[in-house]
Design a binder for this molecule. Structure first.
Ligand SMILES: [Zn+2]
Ligand SMILES: [Zn+2]
Length: 265
C-alpha cells in the first residue's frame, strides 16, 4: 500500500511519516516495509493481534527503538535530528512501577508542565490549577498525595494520562491507554480525546484492542493494512475550535459519537 491510500485529502503537515520501515526481533520479522503517514488533525487507531508489532512501532516513533531499515520523520524532520519532543506526548503500555519510587501522584502529574518550558522555572499558580483539573478529569484527586508506586496498574495509567494531557501536546501517542481502567473513567477519557481531536487540533495515534471504540469513532474499515497491523483513521478538519483551556470542560460537552459506556445511565 502507498502512503496516499488514506481516504482523507492531505491538507496538513505530516506529523509522522514512515517509509519502508522494517523491524526484526530475534531474527523474526515483526514489521516489514511499512509506509504510513499521520497528518495533523488525524486520529489514527492501530489494531493488531499479539506480536503484530504495535508497541514496537510506537517505541520506534518516539525514538526508543531504531528500525532495522527505513526512515521515520517527525514534524517533517528525520527522527535522528528531531528535537521537538515537547510537542509529543507518549503514554506507554501499562506496566508496574517501582513501588519505592518516591514521587507522589501530584508530583508526577505536575512534572508534565515542565515539557514546554524552562525546567528551572518555578511551578506557578496556573500550573497547580491545571494539575488539579487534570487529576479531577482522570478521577485521581483523592490519590494526589499517595506514592505512585503504591497505586494499582489502572490508577497509575490514569496518572500518566493526566500527566500527558496537561502538557497539551500537538501529537498524543497512546499505547492501550484504557487497559485496567474502570468503565466510567474510560468513558470520560474517550469523550475527552474525541473533543481534543475535534475542537483543539490535537493529533492522536492510539493503539487499542477496543474494537467498539475504534469502530464507533473511526469507522468499520481500516484505511490501511500492513502485515497484521490495521490503521483506522478519522480526520477532523472543519469543526469550529473551542477556546476553553481546562480539561474538565471536555466532560460537559456532548459529542455526537457515543461509546459503550454511554449505555449506563
Ligand atoms: Zn484537514
Ligand atoms: Zn474544548
Amino acid at each position: 500500500m502507498t502512503i496516499e491510500s488514506s481516504t482523507n485529502a492531505r491538507c496538513h503537515q505530516d506529523v509522522i511519516r514512515l517509509e519502508h520501515v522494517s523491524f526484526d526481533y530475534q531474527d523474526q520479522s515483526v514489521i516489514r516495509d511499512l509506509n504510513f503517514a499521520v497528518q495533523q488533525r488525524d486520529f489514527v487507531g492501530l489494531i493488531g493481534s499479539n506480536g503484530a508489532g504495535k508497541s514496537t512501532l510506537m517505541r520506534m516513533i518516539v525514538g526508543l527503538l531504531k528500525p532495522k531499515s527505513g526512515s521515520i520523520e517527525l514534524f517533517g524532520e528525520p527522527i535522528e535530528q528531531f528535537n521537538g519532543w515537547q510537542r509529543i506526548g507518549y503514554v506507554p503500555q501499562k506496566n508496574s512501577f517501582n513501588p519505592l519510587f518516591p514521587a507522589t501522584v501530584r508530583e508526577v502529574v505536575q512534572s508534565g508542565v515542565y515539557g514546554k518550558r524552562n525546567v528551572a522555572r518555578r511551578i506557578q499558580k496556573e500550573d497547580i490549577q491545571k494539575c488539579s483539573d487534570a487529576m479531577d478529569v482522570m478521577r485521581i484527586t483523592d490519590l494526589a498525595s499517595k506514592r505512585i508506586g503504591q497505586l494499582s496498574g489502572g490508577q497509575q495509567q490514569r496518572v500518566f494520562l493526566a500527566r500527558a494531557l496537561i502538557n497539551n501536546p500537538e501529537l498524543l501517542i497512546l499505547d492501550e491507554p484504557t487497559v485496567g481502567i474502570d468503565i466510567e473513567t474510560q468513558h470520560d477519557f474517550f469523550q475527552l480525546v474525541q473533543h481534543m481531536h475535534q475542537h483543539h487540533r490535537m493529533t492522536f495515534l492510539m493503539v487499542s484492542h477496543d474494537m467498539d471504540m475504534i469502530e464507533a469513532y473511526l469507522g468499520q474499515e481500516p484505511v490501511q493494512q500492513s502485515g497484521k497491523l490495521k490503521f483506522y483513521v478519522k480526520h477532523s478538519h472543519e469543526i469550529e475550535n473551542c477556546e476553553a483551556s481546562n480539561l474538565s470542560h471536555t466532560l460537559t460537552v456532548r459529542e455526537t459519537v457515543s461509546f459503550k459506556g454511554d449505555e449506563r445511565n
